[in-house]
Design a protein around this ligand. Sequence first.
Ligand SMILES: [Zn+2]
Length: 171
Amino acid sequence: MSGRIGFVTRGYLACFDSSGMACVAHYAPGAMVGLECALTRSPALRLLPMVESGWIDLPASALSREMGLEWLEHIFARHALGRLARLQAEAACNAVHQIPQRTANLIRRLHESEGREIRTTQAILSQALGVQRTSVNAALKALERDGALRLARGRMQVLDSEKLGRFACGC
Ligand SMILES: [Zn+2]
């Protein structure tokens, strides 16, 4: 086995496909990263920390030596259906839901992991959503006008999580 396997300890990460264009997964604390790539010997996916994040990682070969390859494959199989379902849900969300709802939804997720104060930038949000920064900016401004958020440089504060939830698509 090659590559590295990581465990997210804090924060929130977006994961991009090998083209680096499409966000294919989100990782919150507790998520395991890189197992798929290690098992299929495909190149590592790009990770974008959306807020200050932490993870520990170790060589896949060391983990496989300690745990046994069979056990790693067992974990992989157990999570495969869930991952596929999430990927399909994410693709449907991108296709069907509008940018303002998707932006609110992403902030709702970050709020769940970060609490009231979310330290992130519009550039990072737009990358994770795969849309223009100006569209994210317009969506954030609308949320601020409605009293759901307060925006500041490099961070935002959730003022009303119910309002935020009403805007969010809920995917
Ligand atoms: Zn959605």
